[in-house]
Ligand binder design. Structure first.
Ligand code: GLA
Length: 327
């Protein structure tokens, strides 16, 4: 194990984009995220008594302490480390930069402490550490995607049973992520309020808001199933995918109320510029949209959508990549 040579201890965890299954992962629903080839690197430079983790934005220390506390809570003897964090992920763009950080730190701290956890246990540690560090009662999707990612595949995860399968992505389409430039942090958003409203609805409240939140989740779980079925048939019926992604966006806009005018504009522009399917992705309240674009058109699409958008957007072609590892 690399712990005897700390200077060579480098851990990597990717960000993710979610194809479909939004705000379903805190009520045991289905999600279909893709790990990306951008992410967070944790470089352990020294082992010792203290835990000191530095990052350009200064946020890593509180995540590291939260991860260490979660691991200690499981009875692990966590070794102190000095570590540096670097990232190729845009922060606050809805690509799970904080989940990638948590996963990379959880992997680093368990490995140098000589402990092992299976993939979904590690995801659970990182998920709870995120809640501990930020107060956001997030689900497990982002951390699970960051660990379970596989080149060329999406991850279908049942967040209730934690059963997962990989689903091959069509090679004739590119995944394009368009960042609206509207920055948000989940602790400042209505994420926790949405979760509470959904839970009220699931507990039987007749309040129309709570009912709308429940309707979103029920229909969204159905859409995940349909999308997986479409991706698994040949040829992939992309017009059907487009219709389902549109419904998903509408459901997030109207029933879950997490979209923004900027995300709505980008989704419309995506279809107008040749995307087969597009919708907002991640928690919402800002961040990004995801679009499936015919591969030969993808590079032109990224230029066109950025030029047509009323604000300042950044468009990237995302590659479905492998999950977290020691490098
Ligand atoms: C954030 C959370 C996830 C999930 C999504 C919405 O990314 O961290 O757990 O709830 O929002 O689907």
């Amino acid at each position: 194990m690399a712990a005897t040579d700390p200077l060579a201890c480098v851990f990597w965890a990717p960000g993710r984009v979610n194809l479909i299954g939004e705000h379903t992962d805190y009520s045991g629903g289905l999600v279909l995220p893709v790990a990306l080839d951008v992410g967070v690197t944790v470089r352990v430079t020294r082992l010792g008594r203290r835990l000191r983790v530095t990052s350009p934005d200064g946020d890593a220390q509180r995540y590291a302490e939260a991860v260490a506390a979660e691991l200690a809570g499981r009875g692990f003897l966590v070794v102190g480390v000095e570590a540096e964090v670097s990232t190729t992920l845009p922060i606050g763009a809805g690509l799970s930069s904080s989940a990638a950080l948590g996963v990379a730190l959880a992997l680093a701290l368990t490995t140098v402490s000589g402990e092992t956890l299976d993939a979904l246990e590690l995801a659970g540690v990182a998920q709870r550490a995120e809640t501990r560090a930020t107060g956001v009662p997030c689900g497990i999707m982002d951390q699970a995607a960051s660990i379970l990612g596989r080149v060329g595949d999406a991850v279908l995860l049942d967040t209730g049973s934690l059963h997962f399968e990989h689903v091959r992505l069509p090679t004739d389409h590119a995944i394009v992520v368009v960042d609206s430039g509207v920055r948000r942090r989940l602790e400042h958003s209505a994420y926790a309020a949405r979760r509470a409203e959904l839970e009220r609805g699931l507990a039987g409240s007749r309040d129309p808001v709570a009912q709308r939140r429940v309707r979103h989740v029920r229909t969204e779980n159905e859409r995940v199933r349909e999308v997986v079925q479409i991706l698994r048939s040949t040829p992939v019926e992309t017009s059907r995918l487009g219709a389902i992604f549109r419904e998903a966006h509408e459901s997030l806009r109207v029933d879950y109320e997490v979209s923004t005018p900027e995300l709505d504009e980008l989704v419309e522009l995506a279809y107008a510029h040749g995307a087969s399917a597009a919708r907002m992705t991640g928690a919402g309240f800002g961040g990004s949209i995801v679009a499936l674009v015919p591969a030969e058109r993808a590079s032109r699409f990224t230029d066109d959508i950025v030029a047509a958008y009323s604000g300042t957007a950044t468009a990237r072609i995302g590659r479905a990549a492998a999950g977290a590892c020691e490098r």
